[in-house]
Design a protein around this ligand. Structure first.
Ligand code: C5P
Length: 227
């Protein structure tokens, strides 16, 4: 079976990472969650006071980019890689609703995107990779052999994210999560640099009414067609 690049894009909380992890495990591929990279930069900006509800000091963040070192480290107990920011595991910190509120504004900055895209392309240079995000099939790997674009209704997605946050003990309301999902989708699809759009050759999957297994089986069939 030839090694390929699998690009998974789509709106927030469509289950991209769940599918990507399942596929990577099944195929023995590397999985890269590019959202975690943007989240880590947003967390760095928040932690250093460059962004808050009132202001965003883009220039200072851009100047600080060389000081941001992002690394994925595989955790065999969890079965996937965790995000390290300047050698510190920030996996918990980057998944909060606070980071979700600022991440799309940080992801609009072209200099941030250029740095992360370069690192992502480097990680995928030998193929055998499943990468999920918003611009993987359009910008990071326009030549990927398989491109999936995932959608589901905003309510279905917000409910999933709400359940996840509640399970972790985050004190957040469903309405707050729905608002965040809708706001991020809007900013991500309307930004100037690398907006979230469906690549011409991507296959769209609406998983509002699909089980995880149905979705997984459908994508495995698509993989067989291209390998
Ligand atoms: O995938 P996740 O929801 O964790 O991504 C968080 C945010 O990071 C997105 O809402 C988007 O603003 C940004 N992002 C991006 N490009 C990617 C991955 C994520 O702009 N490839």
């Amino acid at each position: 079976m030839k090694k390929i690049t699998i690009a998974i894009d789509g709106f927030s909380s469509t289950g991209k990472s769940t599918l990507a992890k399942q596929l990577a495990k099944h195929l023995g591929y590397v999985y890269v969650d590019t959202g975690a990279m943007y989240r880590a930069v947003a967390y760095f900006a928040m932690d250093n006071g460059y962004i808050n509800e009132e202001s965003f000091d883009k220039e200072t963040l851009i100047n600080a980019l060389p000081d941001i070192n992002l690394k994925f480290q595989f955790n065999p107990e969890l079965g996937f890689a965790e995000m390290f920011l300047n050698e510190v595991n920030v996996e918990k910190e980057i998944r909060t609703i606070e980071v979700s509120k600022f991440v799309s504004r940080v992801a609009e900055v072209s200099e941030v995107r250029a740095k992360l895209v370069e690192q992502q392309q480097q990680m995928g240079k030998d193929k055998a990779i499943v990468m999920d995000g918003r611009d993987i099939g359009t910008v990071v790997f326009p030549d990927a052999e398989l491109k999936i674009f995932m959608t589901a209704s905003a309510e279905t997605r917000a409910q999933r994210r709400f359940d996840e946050l509640q399970a972790k003990g985050d004190d957040v309301s469903y309405e707050e999560v729905l608002k965040n999902v809708q706001e991020r989708d809007y900013i991500d699809s309307h930004r100037e640099d690398s907006p979230l759009v469906i690549a011409d050759d991507a296959i769209e999957i609406d998983n509002s009414y699909l089980t995880r297994e149905e979705q997984f089986t459908a994508v495995l069939e698509l993989i067989e067609e291209v390998t």
